[in-house]
Design a protein around this ligand. Structure first.
Ligand SMILES: [Fe+2]
Ligand SMILES: [Fe+2]
Length: 358
């Protein structure tokens, strides 16, 4: 579907499968930053088989609609948040190998042999790393036969990325019913944000690029935790979103009392993620509140680019609104963003084929 900014006439193409037909949604124009509102409440999803006509209802006396309750009978706010935080210990831990690899990469005196040794200790991760190393993303289909071989061919940085991607792929590939994300949707979104964040951060230095890549991979991990609570309150969320004026993020805040970025930040503490990345993840939807955390701005921008590329996060992605001043803060021009968009699209397509193939 093509959309056009009513102000500057800049046109965008969004894949049909990512369009929330039947809903009203809004995006920000990358060019003039104006909000573009698209009302598809009367539009059905294309190519849908014709639905049998519902029998017409007999005329009834119209009763006033009840006031929205937005889940008033279910726990929310501090009480719910503490309840959720108590369950964090039951959640899958960050794979040990990923934590170790991050530690090695953060040291200035580390070397690629150390990194390779860490992967070899865990067979499941090693297999996934090899599969990814042979993906078309690295252009070496079938040529990488061992971790040692991968370390020689790919180098330190790429091997570090592969460990993170391979270690987190199971965690991020879940089907999230509350957020209406099929298996693989959050995964593709996460690697899109990781790639976008790396490109932007690399403009400063490559070490910052590594941190940004990892933060991008896990920035929406809070959704994994909140999903069952969102699903339990599905009716309240549907009611809150019905007029198309609200974002899903606002719905989380209103109905639950907090949003997925706050929970992700708590999870980061459990995963012992360094403070700068944790703060960036906490403020990835509102970087202006992060007290100038550059990584928060980068995640926000990369999140937006992922959404424009069609790698949104179901209900959440369609209403993504970019904060004003983010491009200026990051010193990005529209041409840069177009380049990043293209690069991210190609990278995700090439890598995700392998992750989800068997
Ligand atoms: Fe998010
Ligand atoms: Fe996101």
């Amino acid at each position: 579907m093509k959309i056009e900014c009513p102000d500057c006439r800049k046109a965008y193409k969004i894949p049909d499968e990512k369009i929330p037909f039947g809903k009203k949604f809004a995006v920000s124009c990358l060019n003039c930053k104006k909000r573009i509102v698209i009302d598809l409440r009367s539009e059905a999803k294309p190519n849908k088989p014709p639905q049998p006509k519902k029998p017409e209802k007999k005329a009834q006396a119209v009763e006033p609609a009840p006031e929205p309750s937005f889940g008033k009978n279910q726990p929310s706010g501090i009480k719910l948040k503490y309840g959720i935080l108590r369950t964090l210990d039951d959640l899958p831990a960050m794979p040990h190998v990923v934590q170790k690899a991050q530690g090695i990469m953060a040291r200035s005196d580390s070397n690629i042999k150390e990194l390779a040794r860490v992967i070899e200790l865990e067979q499941a991760i090693a297999t996934r790393v090899l599969k990814l190393a042979n993906s078309s993303y690295y252009g070496m289909s079938g040529k990488v036969s061992s971790i040692q071989h991968a370390s020689v061919l790919l180098g330190f940085k790429a091997l570090g990325d592969l460990i993170s991607v391979a270690g987190i792929s199971n965690l991020m590939s879940k089907n999230l019913k509350g957020y209406q994300l099929d298996s693989g949707d959050l995964w593709r979104h996460s690697i899109a944000v990781a790639f976008g964040s790396r490109i932007i951060a690399n403009r400063k230095d490559t070490e910052f690029g590594n941190l940004a890549f990892f933060a991008g991979l896990i920035h929406d991990a809070g959704m994994l935790i909140l999903d069952p609570y969102v699903y339990e309150r599905k009716d309240s969320f549907d009611e809150f979103m019905a007029d198309g004026e609200n974002t899903f993020l606002n719905a989380e805040k209103t109905i639950l009392g907090f949003d997925h970025s706050e929970i992700a930040s708590e999870l980061c503490q459990k995963w012992k993620i360094p403070n700068d990345q944790r703060i960036a993840i906490k403020f990835h939807h509102n970087p202006s509140k992060s007290d100038g955390n550059e990584l928060a701005f980068i995640l926000h921008m990369a999140d937006y680019i992922a959404m424009v590329n069609g790698y949104g996060t179901g209900t959440n992605g369609a209403e993504y609104h970019m904060e004003e001043g983010v491009m200026d803060f990051l010193d990005l021009r529209e041409e840069d963003v177009e380049y990043i968009k293209k690069d991210v699209q190609e990278s995700v397509d090439k890598m995700s084929e392998e992750v989800h193939a068997g």
